[in-house]
Design a protein around this ligand. Structure first.
Ligand code: SAM
Length: 241
C-alpha cells in the first residue's frame, strides 16, 4: 500500500517511523512519504494561509499550494483516494479502516488554522475519490494527529503487518462488540485474581466466557453498539443473558 501525507508539520508524523508501522515500511509492506506543503509555495515567507472570505476569526489554507501539490503528487492516470481531515467529515470507524485498507493508494491532506479552502476538495473531486474524514466530535489544531490515528488503524489491517492476524478477529469493533477483558500472569496480583475459567484449559468454556464478557462490557459501555447488532449475529445462548 502506498500512503502520502501532506502537512505543514512533517515532523509531527515522525511516529510513523516507529514500532510496527516503521517495521512494515522497512519490509516494504507500506510505502509512506510525508510532504511539506510549503514546498509548493512561491513567496519568500512560504505562506499557506489567507484571511477568510466574508470575514471572521482565524485564517484559511490557500488553494494554490494544495492545488499544485496534488498536481505534482498525482500526475497521471493512477489516482489515490484523497482523505481530507476535517471535524466536519465522515466519522472514521473500524468499518472505514477496512474500506481504506483495501485501497492501493491513500493520500492524506492535513488541515490547519480554520481548515482548507473548500475549492481544493471540490476541484480534486473531479479527478479522484475524495473523502472528508473526522476522527471524532471534537476539534484539534490540525489534521496530523487524525492521520496518525487513521494510518495506524488502517496499517494493522494490511496483510503481513500484524505478526498474528488472528488477533484481529475478536477485537473491539470488528464484530460489532467490544472485546472481553484480557489478563496475563501472575494468577493473583494485589488481591485480584484472573477469572478461574481462563486458567481451566477448557477452550470451549473460555470462548463462552469471553463471548459473555464481550456482551456485558458492550452493554455497559456502549449500549448503542448492541442496539445496532444484527439479530443474526447473536446465538441462542446470547439471548439467555
Ligand atoms: N474550522 C474548522 C471547523 O470548525 O470545522 C476546524 C478547523 S481545525 C482547528 C484545523 C484542522 O484540524 C482541520 O482542517 C482538520 O484538518 C484538523 N482537525 C481538527 N479536528 C479534527 C477532527 N476531529 N478530525 C479530523 N481532523 C480534524
Amino acid at each position: 500500500m502506498k500512503i502520502d501525507v501532506v502537512t505543514v508539520f512533517p515532523e509531527y508524523l515522525s511516529p510513523l517511523d516507529l514500532s510496527l508501522i516503521g517495521r512494515a515500511r522497512q519490509r516494504g509492506l507500506i510505502d509512506l512519504d510525508v510532504h511539506d506543503l510549503r514546498r509548493w509555495t512561491h513567496d519568500v515567507h512560504h505562506s499557506v494561509d489567507g484571511a477568510p472570505a466574508g470575514g471572521g476569526a482565524g485564517m484559511v489554507m490557500k488553494p494554490q499550494p494544495w492545488g499544485e501539490c496534488l498536481d505534482e503528487l498525482v500526475p497521471g492516470e493512477d489516482r489515490p483516494r484523497l482523505l481530507v481531515t476535517s471535524p466536519a467529515g465522515r466519522p472514521f470507524t473500524q468499518a472505514m479502516a477496512h474500506e481504506l485498507a483495501a485501497e492501493p493508494w491513500l493520500l492524506f491532506a492535513c488541515g490547519r488554522y480554520e481548515g482548507i479552502d473548500q475549492r481544493v476538495v471540490d476541484h480534486a473531486s473531479s479527478r479522484m475519490e475524495v473523502t472528508e474524514v473526522s476522527i471524532g466530535d471534537y476539534v484539534l489544531f490540525g489534521g496530523e494527529v487524525a492521520v496518525l490515528a487513521i494510518v495506524e488503524a488502517v496499517a494493522r489491517l494490511v496483510p503481513g503487518v500484524l505478526g498474528n492476524a488472528a488477533s484481529l478477529d475478536d477485537e473491539s469493533h470488528n464484530a460489532g462488540l467490544l472485546e472481553a477483558p484480557a489478563y496475563t500472569r501472575p494468577a493473583e496480583w494485589r488481591g485480584h485474581e484472573i477469572p478461574p475459567v481462563l486458567l481451566s484449559g477448557d477452550h470451549g468454556k473460555v470462548d463462552r466466557w469471553r463471548r459473555e464478557q464481550a456482551l456485558l462490557r458492550t452493554a455497559r459501555a456502549r449500549p448503542d453498539l448492541l442496539e445496532r447488532l444484527e439479530a443474526g449475529s447473536l446465538d441462542k445462548r446470547d439471548r439467555l443473558l
